[in-house]
Ligand binder design. Structure first.
Ligand SMILES: CC(C)(COP(=O)(O)OP(=O)(O)OC[C@H]1O[C@@H](n2cnc3c(N)ncnc32)[C@H](O)[C@@H]1OP(=O)(O)O)[C@@H](O)C(=O)NCCC(=O)NCCS
Length: 151
């Protein structure tokens, strides 16, 4: 069943809660400061269903282009299109026309999601995590405000 989440920009006050959820929903610890930083720049999006926070995505910059860097969905709500909705919201905010993202080679759900959304493989970086390369993906997206690479 496809969900129709409401996607909104997170407030700075949401970042602490998202940090707690992140510890429950992903194996990665201690990212609250990154959520706070993203929220302070208006670069943290949340997905809500019936008033519950069910997903989040933080986006930033990468060599002057857009980069979706932190993404997770509540385990009980996966495979309902929530990450897809968050990706679409990040795409619609692109200022550069190029959206990058990355994930570990071992993360099959994220790799499948990227392929499903039309991202193209864009190289790999070894040695960030031991024995689990970081795979980069790229997608050309429509520009909705100022164009061109920045920063
Ligand atoms: C990766 C993740 C964000 C996907 O969220 P989601 O809301 O379940 O994704 P969607 O429902 O939008 O999936 C869209 C498509 O992606 C692919 N996909 C998503 N999860 C998949 C899985 N577990 N296995 C295979 N394909 C998958 C499918 O093609 C799916 O379409 P379908 O359900 O019609 O087959 C979620 O699994 C998650 O939070 N994982 C833990 C955190 C994480 O790994 N984040 C990414 C870090 S880089």
């Amino acid at each position: 069943m496809r969900a129709k989440p409401i996607i909104r920009v997170a407030r700075t006050a949401d970042a602490e809660r998202i940090g707690e959820l992140d510890r429950e929903w992903t194996p990665i610890l201690g990212r609250t400061a990154r959520f706070q930083m993203a929220a302070s720049k208006g670069r943290l999006l949340v997905a809500e269903l019936d008033g519950d926070l069910v997903g989040y995505a933080a986006h930033g910059r990468f060599f002057g282009y857009d980069f979706l860097e932190l993404l997770a969905v509540q385990p009980a709500k996966r495979r309902q299109g929530i990450a897809t909705a968050l990706f679409r919201a990040v795409e619609s905010r692109s200022r550069s026309g190029k959206l990058f993202t990355s994930t570990n080679r071992s993360n099959r759900p994220m790799r499948r999601l990227c392929e499903r959304l039309g991202f193209l493989p864009s190289g790999a970086v070894e040695n960030l995590d031991a024995c689990d390369a970081e795979l980069f993906y790229f997608k050309e997206v429509e520009v909705h405000s100022a164009s061109g690479a920045q920063e």
